[in-house]
Design a protein around this ligand. Structure first.
Ligand code: FES
Length: 184
C-alpha cells in the first residue's frame, strides 16, 4: 500500500507510463514508413511518370510504301527526365513495313545484342548490325546462327488510326538478354 504523502509514482503508474511511451514510439515509427515511401517517390526521378511506352504517332500511311521494304522513322514525343519535361524530342527510332498482305510491322532499330542501331541492307533484304555483325531477317528474326544477338529485333505494337495515322507503342528493352525486358 502506497503512503498518501509519498508523491513519487507507484510501480503501477511507472509501468503504465512506460507502456504509453512505448506505444507512442511504435505508432510514430509505423507512421513514418508511408511518409518515407511518399518522399522517395517524389524525389526519385526514375519513378516519375514517363511517356515512354505510350502510343506515339510516327508517320502517315502515305509515307510508307506498300513494297514490303522497311523504312526508318524517328519517334518524336514528349519526354520527362529527372527534373524536366521536354516537348517533341526524339526518343528513339523504328523500322516500319507494310507486308505484301497489307499488315503493318514495327521494329525497334536498336540491336538487342549491345544496343547499336541496325541498318537495313536492301540488296540482302536483311538488317545488319554494324557493331558485331548480327544479321536479322526483314521480319526481325535472327538470320544467321553465328549472330551474337540472343533474341530477334524487338517488335513493337503498331496500329493504324483514322485510316492513315501510324501509331507505335514505343519501348526500349534491355540489351544482351534472351527475353524482352522493358527498360523503365
Ligand atoms: S550490338 Fe549488334 S551485334 Fe553487337
Amino acid at each position: 500500500m502506497k503512503d498518501p504523502k509519498d508523491k513519487r509514482p507507484s510501480a503501477d503508474e511507472r509501468r503504465d507510463f512506460l507502456k504509453r511511451l512505448l506505444a507512442g514510439i511504435i505508432g510514430t515509427v509505423l507512421g513514418l514508413f508511408p511518409a518515407a515511401a511518399g518522399l522517395k517517390f517524389f524525389f526519385d526521378p526514375l519513378r516519375r511518370k514517363s511517356i515512354v511506352g505510350a502510343p506515339v504517332r510516327v508517320t502517315s500511311i502515305e509515307a510508307l510504301p506498300a513494297d514490303g521494304v522497311p523504312r526508318k522513322f524517328p519517334v518524336i514525343a514528349d519526354r520527362e527526365d529527372a527534373w524536366n519535361k521536354f516537348a517533341n524530342v526524339p526518343i528513339g527510332a523504328v523500322y516500319l513495313r507494310r507486308t505484301p498482305e497489307g499488315k503493318l510491322e514495327a521494329l525497334n532499330v536498336v540491336c538487342p545484342h549491345a544496343g547499336c542501331p541496325v541498318d537495313f541492307k536492301p540488296e540482302q533484304g536483311k538488317f545488319l548490325c554494324p557493331c558485331h555483325n548480327s544479321l536479322f531477317n526483314v521480319d526481325g528474326k535472327i538470320a544467321d546462327t553465328a549472330s551474337p544477338a540472343a533474341r530477334p529485333l524487338d517488335s513493337l505494337t503498331v496500329e493504324l488510326r483514322n485510316e492513315k495515322e501510324i501509331w507505335v507503342k514505343f519501348q526500349n528493352y534491355e540489351a544482351g538478354k534472351a527475353k524482352k525486358i522493358p527498360v523503365a
